[in-house]
Design a protein around this ligand. Sequence first.
Ligand code: PEP
Length: 258
Amino acid sequence: MANRTPLMAGNWKMNLDHQQAIQTVQKLAWALRDGKHDFGAVEVAVLPPFTDIRSVQTLVDADKLELKYGGQDCSAHVSGAYTGETSPVFLAKLGATYVAVGHSERRQYHAESDDLVNAKVKAALGAGLAPILCIGEDLETRRAAAHVQHTLLQLEGGLLDVSAEQVRKVVVAYEPVWAIGTGETATPEDAQEMAEAIRARLVELYDEETAQAVRVLYGGSVKSSNVASIMAKPDVDGALVGGASLDPEEFAAIARYK
Ligand code: PEP
């Protein structure tokens, strides 16, 4: 792998209220400390529900934790009459580093288009956040062997008008929809095939050096038992972890994959 720091990001989805979030982050911090986790070698982040973020920030600041955190989504706007939306600027003000954008559950249940995802990517970057751009195919598309083409179109759509300088901050998460929350994991070879294709398209869109700087994560039923084989692939730079990130011991073990 080029000089990219792996990232393990835990997407809590709509789980854990703010009190449970405090307990979970405390337990995660203990588990990482017990495992003598080297945050310089593997970054660890959690993406809690919005209502938890202030509590997570307080804990991270008070205990000087190296744990990063962020949102699971953000608005494409900075402020204004957008009832129910959360500004990326507000997330940045709460000390967030990351924000997931275009997660398949947002695309599926909220009909998020590539255009909207692109606007969110740019808004997140404008606020100083690192967007985690989620892309990936459903089962039908994979069965039709159109998964690479489909996923690369989502990549291009999400990165439209994003400069080479800005894209270095973007994290791309390849998440085959059929592997999310199903217990089905893509094989390490599937993950590498797509991560390599994503990087090759980044070379075409930008240049070799820029493409080598962008981290590409795999997401879809990642657990401590399968993470090492996925991370052994040269173009995979980490994981976006859903269900398994709710268990602090398990998530710490995933971060300790080495
Ligand atoms: C996710 O929500 O991004 C995800 C990968 O979920 P899971 O790990 O539960 O499949």
